[in-house]
Design a protein around this ligand. Structure first.
Ligand code: SF4
Length: 269
């Protein structure tokens, strides 16, 4: 099973974290333009697809990472989002992991019967530096979602989340460096500091990757082999399992972090 659902593809750069967006890079390799935004017909109904035996291809209790080659709240996708919400509504047994750099567009983009939020949706904002954290995380905290998280990726500056973690409403923080050509360095002390804040607040912290350029003890490391950035991060031992969050998914019970940390591809939004 693939744990990524890309109902549309393509995006518009909206902040400094988008500078080296991997989707634009990979599209260029295939002589495509990442700025061309389109509905992915073959994947749009993936969460509802079934095998020959009539079973869902995405089993109950799974997590689907949504729009990793776009942004779920992109303005250009307004016409398609209603249908996507309808699909999400039909799989109350699956967790949908939404990631956005556009939290200011979320409230106006929710379905009419959203109320306090659906149990099977987790909203994450991605923040690359302190400026974007202070811009996006307060909006995240104000939004009606049952589950919320922060993705510090690509981490290109020191970020403190301390006051936001103290709210008790952030379930997890994921941190990653920048990959692909042009990658800007991520520094060990930034990651260590974020981890320390998460430990203090007992919030789960995942150090998912060092990125292609990582600075530790004043030395710049180039980490470009496939899987190496992830492996170095894993070996660092900086990830931390904080208080668990239980998701009452229909017909199952999934607890974080076991299900939400298994991303097959790079996360960007
Ligand atoms: S996919 Fe994400 S990183 Fe890429 S341009 Fe869109 S918002 Fe920016």
């Amino acid at each position: 099973m693939r744990n990524i659902w890309n109902p549309w593809h393509g995006c518009r750069k909206c902040s400094e974290g988008c500078q080296n967006c991997y989707m634009f890079f990979l599209d260029r390799l295939h002589e495509k333009d990442g700025g061309e935004i389109y509905r992915v017909k073959s994947a749009f109904r993936y969460p509802l697809s079934k095998d020959k035996e009539g079973r869902y291809k995405v089993p109950s209790g799974s997590t689907l990472h949504v729009c990793l080659t776009s942004d779920f709240f992109l303005e250009d996708a307004d016409a398609w989002r209603g249908e996507a919400w309808e699909i999400i509504r039909q799989r109350p047994d699956v967790m949908f992991f939404l990631l956005t750099k556009r939290p200011q567009r979320v409230r106006q983009s929710l379905p009419p019967d959203w109320n306090g939020g659906w149990e099977n949706v987790m909203l994450n904002v991605s923040v690359e530096n302190q400026r974007r954290a202070d811009e996006r995380v307060p909006i995240l905290l104000s939004l009606p979602f049952k589950h919320k998280g922060i993705m510090c990726a690509p981490l290109i500056g020191a970020v403190s989340l301390r006051t936001y973690l103290d709210s008790g409403r952030i379930e997890q923080v994921i941190c990653d460096g920048e990959n692909y050509p042009g990658a800007r360095p991520c520094r060990y002390e930034w990651v260590e500091s974020l981890r320390g804040e998460c430990v203090r607040a007992d919030v789960t912290f995942l150090f998912g990757g060092t990125g292609w350029r990582f600075v530790k003890d004043g030395r710049l490391y180039k980490i470009e082999k496939p899987g190496q950035a992830h492996e170095q991060a894993r070996r660092s031992g900086l990830s931390y399992e904080g208080r668990s969050a239980v998701y009452n998914l229909a017909g199952t019970q999934a607890s974080f972090p076991a299900t939400l940390f298994n991303v097959e591809d790079d996360d960007e939004a």
